[in-house]
Design a protein around this ligand. Structure first.
Ligand SMILES: N[C@@H](CCC(=O)N[C@@H](CSCc1ccc([N+](=O)[O-])cc1)C(=O)NCC(=O)O)C(=O)O
Length: 213
């Protein structure tokens, strides 16, 4: 059965691949699993029918038969557990790759989301000027640690994994701020990932939607 995911009918990122359906598209492409996409408007996302799939009224969701999932990390893990290509076979390597998925979503991503919230939602707030450097500093600290851990390796732990997929997509979210380019190791890491044919296919698919191709 071919799974169906949901994505923005009109992505606010205008096809830059920053919305989180990109992670799921990329995972499907890495394992060679065809998928369908159901586009939802902002209004539809907040309706009961969509909230039955995603209680917070967001995308993406994943449906396959009588299974419905939300949360990109969980969806990517679900795909990775059922197809080769995103998690190593050895149990310890698998556990470490999943650790990197959590590190991306639970450690590195939160301050990056804070920066987005500040910049795109709190520019007029009295705390903006004082808080911006604090949040930028927190992001830089995590990126410094991540760059040190990655060193001159291609991927975070041996072969490319779902941990790299999640981490790279988190890092690409902060690329427009310019902070990623302060870390040559991480910028090269993301470029390596973006050069992957699976990433390119996933990116082209979401871009086609944004440009109405
Ligand atoms: N933790 C959840 C978060 C899901 C989420 O944040 N979804 C966003 C889209 S991806 C986040 C996103 C949005 C826009 C851009 N952009 O660049 O324009 C990038 C990423 C959403 O539906 N937002 C609508 C809403 O909350 O009402 C997950 O990982 O699935």
């Amino acid at each position: 059965m071919i799974p169906t995911i949901t994505a923005f009918e009109r992505s606010p990122d205008r096809g830059q691949g920053l919305a989180r359906d990109m992670r799921v598209r990329w995972a499907f492409e890495e394992v060679g699993q065809p998928y369908n996409v159901r586009l939802v408007s902002f209004a539809e996302m907040k309706q009961p029918a969509h909230r039955a799939l995603q209680p917070f009224g967001q995308i993406p969701t994943y449906e396959e038969g009588d299974l419905a999932l939300f949360e990109t990390g969980s969806i990517v893990l679900h795909i990775a557990e059922r197809h080769a290509g995103l998690l190593p076979d050895d149990p310890n390597g698998r556990a470490r790759a999943i650790t990197w998925m959590f590190a991306a979503a639970s450690t590195v991503e939160p301050p990056i989301l804070e920066l987005q919230t500040l910049k795109f939602g709190e520019g007029d707030k009295p705390w903006f000027e004082a808080r911006l450097p604090l949040v930028q500093g927190r992001i830089r600290a995590y990126l410094r640690d991540l760059a040190a851990r990655l060193g001159d390796a291609d991927w975070l732990d041996g072969a490319f994994s779902a941990g790299d997929l999640m981490m790279v997509h988190v890092l690409l979210r902060v690329r427009p701020s310019g902070i990623l380019d302060e870390f040559a190791t991480l910028s090269a890491y993301c470029d390596r990932a973006r050069a992957r044919p699976a990433y390119q296919r996933a990116f082209a698919a979401q871009l086609a939607l944004a440009t109405g191709a």
